[in-house]
Design a protein around this ligand. Structure first.
Ligand code: IUR
Length: 360
């Protein structure tokens, strides 16, 4: 759009009219190049919050946010093989740490960009950083190299990826506009779309330990995110899963890494293992890598029982900076994972008092 009047766009949305794709792009580009004032962003977010975004507006917002910064690019021969997973977050949710290497062992490529903890839920990056030496900040060249050799990596976001989202999120946070389904969808899916993946599975959690408490709202968000992902050409599927109790038995960064290793060794708790298998099966199916989700589930399960997922996890840890001897010690059969993880003494003491180890 040639010359845009931001107040006119705010007025239009305030008056409950739909914004066109060009109008949404103009506003988001204005956010990215600092030509829209923070007060205008706040006003637009509140207009969107109060009047909601249609599915079409949400997809256009997501696309514009994705295009506000760098996007990743991959070798031509990887086309069709790039997949990822996103969870809206829950207590004890260490699924990504297990699923990424399991998927890599199934032969797909997983350029997973993860986040930090939000409210009471821990972040995948914080969990991985409890392994001494694990680097989550890597360049895109290094990311390509790791995925080439390992098949997966789990890294943090750079400032250049979806810069409009960082700005919008900061303003949503102080203008009481966080919990709008269209805005949440734009924020989450734009970052996944910037990875330039072909397929995506979403774990949308509901319940008293989740960001969304009731299943109906979770279902609406799931539908919106699936619609937006598909609208951007990503084969997207979503599962609604309960967060009325923590996932697995371990909660806390180092403890969750320990439970990840135990699960990859075939000794994980059923709820965690089943969720990994369900999400992986749906993803492989929607990605066209398995003829059905049932077959996809079998593929994921096999990588855990034959040890190939654990081997990928160990390889990923080494590729992301962990001392090879330490990574081997962490993943070895019959290993004491706490000999590698920090605060081993304190954690062991806690475990022995709570007798949590017995359950394994
Ligand atoms: N995570 C995101 O990446 N964006 C959001 O808006 C929320 C969680 I809520």
């Amino acid at each position: 759009m040639s010359s845009v009047s931001f107040p006119a766009l705010i007025t239009k949305k305030r008056n409950k009219e739909e914004l066109s794709r060009d109008e949404i792009e103009a506003f988001v580009n204005g956010i990215a190049n600092n030509s829209v004032q923070d007060s205008q962003i706040g006003a637009m977010l509140m207009a969107m919050y109060l009047n909601d975004l249609t599915m079409r507006e949400t997809t256009d917002l997501t696309r514009a946010m994705m295009n506000s910064g760098d996007t990743l690019s991959w070798p031509e021969e990887w086309k069709g093989n790039l997949v990822d997973k996103h969870s809206t977050g829950g207590v004890g949710d260490k699924v990504s740490l297990i699923l990424a290497p399991a998927l890599a062992a199934c032969g797909v490529k997983v350029p997973m960009i993860s986040g930090r903890g939000l409210e009471h839920t821990g972040g995948t990056l914080d969990k991985l950083e409890s392994i001494p030496g694990f680097q989550v900040s890597v360049t895109s060249e290094k990311m390509l190299d790791i995925i080439e050799t390992v098949g997966c990596c789990i890294v943090g976001q750079t400032k250049k990826l979806c810069p409009a989202d960082s700005k919008m999120y900061a303003i949503r946070d102080v203008t009481a506009t966080v919990d709008n389904l269209g805005l949440i969808t734009g924020s989450i899916i734009s970052k996944k779309a910037a990875e330039k993946i072909d397929a995506l599975v979403l774990d949308v959690k509901f319940g008293n330990g989740a960001f969304l408490k009731d299943i109906d709202t979770a279902r609406k968000l799931a539908r919106m995110m699936v619609g937006s992902g598909n609208g951007l050409g990503i084969n997207t599927v979503s599962l609604l899963t309960s967060m009325n109790s923590p996932l697995g038995k371990m909660v806390g960064n180092a403890l969750e890494v320990a439970e990840t290793v135990w699960t990859l060794q075939g000794n994980g708790p059923d709820d965690l293992l089943n969720l990994v298998i369900e999400l992986g099966g749906e993803l492989l199916s929607v990605a066209g890598k398995a003829p059905s989700s049932e077959e996809g589930r079998r593929m994921v399960k096999d990588t855990i029982s034959d040890g190939t997922a654990l081997a990928r996890f160990c390889h990923m840890a080494k590729a992301q900076g962990v001392d090879p001897a330490k990574a081997d010690a962490l993943c070895a059969p019959d290993t004491d994972v706490f000999s590698v993880l920090p605060r081993a003494g304190a954690i062991k003491e806690l475990l022995s008092r709570n007798r949590l180890c017995d359950r394994y």
